[in-house]
Write a protein that binds this ligand. Structure first.
Ligand SMILES: Cc1cc2nc3c(=O)[nH]c(=O)nc-3n(C[C@H](O)[C@H](O)[C@H](O)COP(=O)(O)OP(=O)(O)OC[C@H]3O[C@@H](n4cnc5c(N)ncnc54)[C@H](O)[C@@H]3O)c2cc1C
Length: 474
């Protein structure tokens, strides 16, 4: 599970594709009891993020982008959509050909402020409480064997992400009583911390083909790419994200129109195209974590053929996983159980997504491409291309696109959620959580800008809370 352990967190290492979700996503958050989080309320915070983080509109000039656009058009889907359905080129989080992370956008401009102190290369090891259980601050590792306390004067805000925020809370006695008891941690507040783990899970469908206008291009080496980038910062694959910002949003509930009135898209299609002998194929396959055997087969095919990898993303998965403590040592990584494909509806959605890809391959534009049979030995009892084969295949290749969230779910009921709609921990209002872990449901998009929105809204909530307090004192 990749995570950015760096200033700016995962925004410093992510794919940079911007997709904030649909208004209905946030209206649904509010319907679940999260007052103040409907679309009308959160729009102004998205606007603030938009004003702060620089982005670039970008349409890949790759022939793959071209051919995909033509294929979806043949299916009657808008290839340059402006709304929630159809295919479009998502803007990317770059400025002048370089990544524009949250750290660059928010921290760099204020780095010299007297009231800001950023400590790097230290790890928060737990929360620090008084004897009577009032939050005092946090502890950090000062050296491999010693720790230090950092005192807070008002409250503690945890933004360690959907994996480490629940870990820190549980280490400090805020979490499911049963689990804490097993590890001998006294429970301060019994809450479903670490439960409701959600993520966007994808399966990759590997296609091979030959397209004349594509395959007679001279391969561009990595060195060429670096030279182009160093001379003008644009025009090189190194300053863009290839065709992975060309994204399709469809609803598989209707296999003719691929959209269903009054229902959100349920599947996203993401794409990676590789010309023959593509230098970055190796990097991508490693990033996907494919086994050597599959990597070697794909590299062999790519010596003289193009590869197109289509990721099928379940936008609204019903499967839920968990984050649990392995032991009580603050430096031990927690157990991550994504529990992908544990809900039968998710399998159903994936199979419908596969049908969509098969339909795409029947178009004239993509007729030169076919699905690669990787000869999965443990799926050999199933006939290639049948639903049982695809289920077996999906369980083999299921992977995350790193939108982990929901592990400190926001809600209006302390038995079902961890923070209230003002992002305060139930029973410990001087601790707030401000990161992707508070999301009650995943959105029809990608999570980075929504986390920015959560942070902008949190800033206003906090200002509001302290203004109220000041008012009372006066
Ligand atoms: C490889 C990858 C690709 C992605 N692609 C996209 C994309 O294209 N578009 C998109 O919208 N989203 C994308 N995402 C998701 C998006 O980046 C995340 O949802 C978002 O960054 C989550 O923000 P966060 O603040 O919740 O957590 P994080 O970004 O994980 O930030 C947590 C921070 O806390 C720090 N931290 C954690 N534990 C401790 C500790 N104990 N002590 C001190 N510091 C600690 C970490 O170092 C990190 O800086 C991607 C994510 C990844 C990993």
């Amino acid at each position: 599970m990749a995570k950015g352990k760096v200033l700016g967190g995962s925004s410093t290492i992510n794919t940079m594709a911007l997709r904030i979700g649909a208004p209905e996503d946030y209206d649904h958050w509010a319907e679940l009891g999260n007052e103040g989080w409907n679309w009308l309320n959160v729009t102004k915070y998205f606007d603030k993020v938009d004003e702060t983080i620089k982005t670039t509109d970008y349409t890949s000039t790759s022939p793959f982008r071209n051919v995909l656009g033509k294929a979806v058009e043949e299916l009657g889907i808008d290839p340059n959509s402006c709304g929630g359905y159809g295919y479009k080129d998502a803007p990317i989080q770059t400025y002048e050909g370089q990544r524009y992370s949250q750290a660059k956008a928010y921290l760099s401009p204020i780095k010299d402020r007297k009231n800001l102190c950023v400590v790097t290369e230290k790890i928060v090891t737990g929360l620090w409480f008084t004897q009577n259980g009032t939050i005092q601050g946090v502890t950090i590792n000062d050296s491999p064997t010693t720790s230090k306390r950092i005192k807070s004067t008002k409250e503690v805000i945890l933004s360690a992400g959907a994996i480490n925020t629940p870990k820190l809370l549980m280490l400090s006695g805020i979490g499911p009583r049963g689990q804490l008891q097993k590890l001998g941690i006294p429970t301060k507040v019994n809450l479903p911390v670490g439960q409701n783990f959600m993520d966007h899970m994808v399966i990759p469908i590997m296609l091979q083909g030959i397209m004349p206008d594509l395959d007679f291009e001279e391969p561009v080496t990595l060195k060429d790419q670096i030279d182009i980038y160093c001379s003008n910062k644009t025009g090189s694959d190194l300053s863009t994200i290839g065709i992975s910002n060309y994204q399709g949003y469809i609803n598989t509930g209707n296999s003719i129109t691929w959209s269903v009135p009054n229902q959100l898209p349920n599947v996203e299609l993401l794409h990676y195209g590789f010309n023959p002998q593509e230098p970055i194929l190796n990097i991508t396959l490693n990033r996907f974590g494919f086994m050597d055997d599959y990597q070697n087969q794909l590299k062999k095919i790519n010596t003289n053929r193009s590869l197109l990898i289509i990721l099928i993303n379940i936008l609204h998965p019903k499967s839920r996983g968990s984050i649990e403590l392995e032991d009580t040592h603050p430096l031990t990584p927690p157990k991550i159980n994504p529990n992908f494909l544990s809900h039968p509806d998710d399998i159903k959605t994936i199979l419908q997504g596969v049908q969509f890809v098969e339909r795409l391959l029947q178009t004239w534009s993509l007729s030169g491409f076919s699905i690669i049979d990787l000869g999965l030995s443990h799926c050999s009892q199933f006939e290639f291309g049948t639903p049982t084969y695809w289920e077996c295949y999906s369980r083999t290749f299921a992977m995350s696109i790193f939108h982990a969230s929901g592990t400190c779910k926001m809600g209006n009921d302390s038995s079902q959620s961890v923070v209230n709609p003002r992002l305060q921990i139930w029973g410990q209002p001087k601790i707030r959580v401000v990161d992707s872990s508070i999301m009650p449901e995943l959105i029809t998009g990608h999570t980075n800008f929504p986390v920015g929105m959560i942070a902008e809204k949190a800033a206003d909530i906090i200002k509001e809370d302290y203004q109220k307090l000041t008012f009372k004192v006066v």
